[in-house]
Design a protein around this ligand. Structure first.
Ligand code: ZN
Length: 178
């Protein structure tokens, strides 16, 4: 049995009569409720859901509608995490940094309960405006109107201004979110 993806879940209502009971029971993703409009970040490696919330700056204090599935059974990944954010689509900067830490993820854009766009993310060549530089003396930490920019290299992300490297496992630490 394949790991069916979010689109099938969203469309399950329409296909109700041809969907077998057996399959529905097997459908672990139903543990996480459907959303009407927003973004579903699926196929995250187990444990990455919290990093995704950090990237999106979500801590629950702004009243966002967010559903999180952690360690959901997935045939493709063993277990996976899934994050659903209502009434929000990701900026390119957010997608870029997500691509660095969660290259296996897929992004589904939902409108009116239907997946209207599905994208597998691609590793970017640069990430702008989402990470802070670990070098305190870097111009990007000097209250200057300078956006951070990191080049994505094999060894990590390199600050465009001072050359400091943020290794991929350190990315969540340097997320520059409000
Ligand atoms: Zn720097």
């Amino acid at each position: 049995m394949n790991d069916h993806d979010y689109e099938e879940d969203q469309n399950q209502g329409e296909a109700e009569d041809i969907v077998s009971t057996a399959r529905k029971i097997d459908d672990q993703q139903l543990r996480v409720s459907k959303i009407r409009d927003g973004t579903v970040i699926d196929h995250l490696t187990a444990g990455e859901a919290l990093d995704v919330l950090a990237i999106l700056g979500i801590d629950g204090s702004n009243g966002e509608g967010v559903s999180i599935g952690m360690n959901v059974v997935s045939d493709r990944l063993g277990t996976k995490d899934i994050v659903k954010v209502e009434d929000r689509e990701l900026s390119q900067s957010e997608v870029d940094v997500l691509a660095v830490i969660a290259p296996e993820a897929t992004i589904n854009i939902i409108r009116d309960y239907t997946v209207i766009d599905k994208k597998r993310i691609e590793r970017p060549t640069a990430v702008t405006g989402v990470l802070s530089c670990p070098n305190r003396n870097c111009i990007t930490n000097a209250n200057e109107p300078v956006n951070t920019r990191f080049m994505v290299l094999d060894e990590g992300l390199q600050c465009n201004y001072c050359g400091s490297i943020v290794h991929e496992d350190e990315v969540p630490t340097y997320l520059d979110v409000a």
